[in-house]
Design a protein around this ligand. Structure first.
Ligand SMILES: Cc1ncc(COP(=O)(O)O)c(C=O)c1O
Length: 370
């Protein structure tokens, strides 16, 4: 339960309130029809979201992690291959690479955006590299123009990790349709979140789309005929239904996030902190991450004032214990280290009141006695 005296990090029930009246009768229908796995609500969501994103194919799966696994598989990544990934992201970005028996090659991130640095990509290309996974981290696009040019030059596949950036654009194009694949997460706290786990693979390539559809459903294109090793990564009907009701509201919700971020940016001018800026394209502000060497003390100060905050992500990829057995340079990612050690995420959510925003602003300012 949300404590009404505090400013929460998020309040998803405010989104549910907006769709409840329309969604409840539909949920009753879904149960009457037992349309629990894939089914008509998932199919109509796939159609709506492919139109929204301007991509030819949208394949709904059971999580963003599964989406990345399937895209990596359909991209032909296998044992011995190498994939360039950012050193600062949520760990799931690299799971698909490891599930395939391939090796992630970490690249440092940009100082200003925390997205993969194209200069680092160039520097770390070596024999065996087959793909790049740029992450549109915190809701800001990675530098896709430079990344696509490098990919073309070296014949690499590009798998966009759009888990945090649905609806964002880069040079007028919606994210997820720029690379060979887009992978989206519908984890409840994401900008478009389900009532449980969910994800999406997008592609404009008919053959790759057919392959991903088959992989998501036990490697079959025909019932009970399995042409390759597949997975049960189907989206549940309930997720398709909820996401279908939320999708028409997404642009308005993004506007709301952008207005809050703008207000914070103005209010924090002049403070001795790094305030996140829009550098690459359009930012959908999944997370508003400020940086200060006094991060832990500021976090405690805000906590005492009743303001919840988050850390995204306190341990960069090269310091994750799960990667200890991989030959990874542990000292060479200064920007990833800085984002991890100094980043503090302030609340930005749909339905956040002006008063809650003011409390966050005053909370931060009071720490610096301003
Ligand atoms: C950048 C990033 N990639 C991948 C994922 C994985 O998505 P999911 O939690 O739906 O598996 C997430 C979200 O958790 C994420 O933030």
């Amino acid at each position: 339960m949300i404590d009404p005296t505090r400013v929460p990090f998020a309040n998803l029930s405010l989104q549910w309130k907006q769709i409840k009246d329309a969604a409840l009768p539909d949920i009753e229908k879904l149960f009457d029809q037992s349309a629990f796995c894939l089914g008509p609500w998932v199919a109509s969501f796939e159609k709506a979201v492919s139109e929204y994103l301007g991509v030819k194919h949208a394949i709904a799966v059971n999580s963003g992690t599964s989406a990345l696994h399937l895209a990596t598989t359909a991209a032909g990544i296998g044992p011995g291959d190498k994939v360039l990934v950012p050193a600062q992201t949520f760990i799931a970005t690299i799971w698909g690479v490891l599930y395939r028996g391939a090796t992630p090659i970490l690249c440092d991130v940009e100082e200003s955006t925390a997205t993969i640095d194209p200069a680092e990509i160039e520097k770390r290309i070596e024999p065996g590299v087959k793909a790049i996974i740029p992450v549109h981290l915190f809701g800001q696009p990675a530098k896709m123009k430079e990344i696509m040019a490098i990919a073309k030059k070296h014949n690499l596949k590009v798998i966009e990790d759009v888990a945090q950036a649905i609806g964002g654009t880069y040079e007028g194009r919606k994210l997820s349709g720029i690379g060979d694949f887009g992978c989206i997460s519908f984890y409840p706290g994401k900008n478009l979140g389900g009532a449980g786990e969910g994800g999406l693979v997008t592609t404009n390539d008919d053959k790759l789309a057919e392959h991903v559809r088959s992989l998501r459903d036990h490697g079959s294109r025909e019932k009970y005929k399995h042409v390759e090793v597949g997975y049960n990564y189907r989206m549940e009907g309930l997720q398709g239904l909820v996401l279908g009701h939320k999708l028409p509201l997404l642009n308005a919700w993004t506007d709301e996030r952008q207005a809050i971020a703008k207000r914070y940016q103005e209010a924090f001018k002049g403070l001795p902190i790094d305030v996140p800026q829009i550098v690459n394209g359009d930012h959908v502000w999944h997370l508003f991450v400020i940086r200060t060497p006094h991060r832990d003390k500021l976090r405690e100060h805000l906590n005492v004032k009743g303001i919840d905050t988050g850390l995204h992500y306190p341990i960069p990829i090269h310091r994750q214990p799960a990667l200890e057995s991989f030959a990874i340079d542990r000292g060479n990612y200064p920007q990833a280290d800085r984002w991890a050690s100094q980043g503090l995420t302030l609340p930005v959510f749909v339905g956040m009141t002006q008063e809650q925003q003011t409390r966050v602003i005053e909370g931060v300012r009071s720490f610096f006695n301003e």
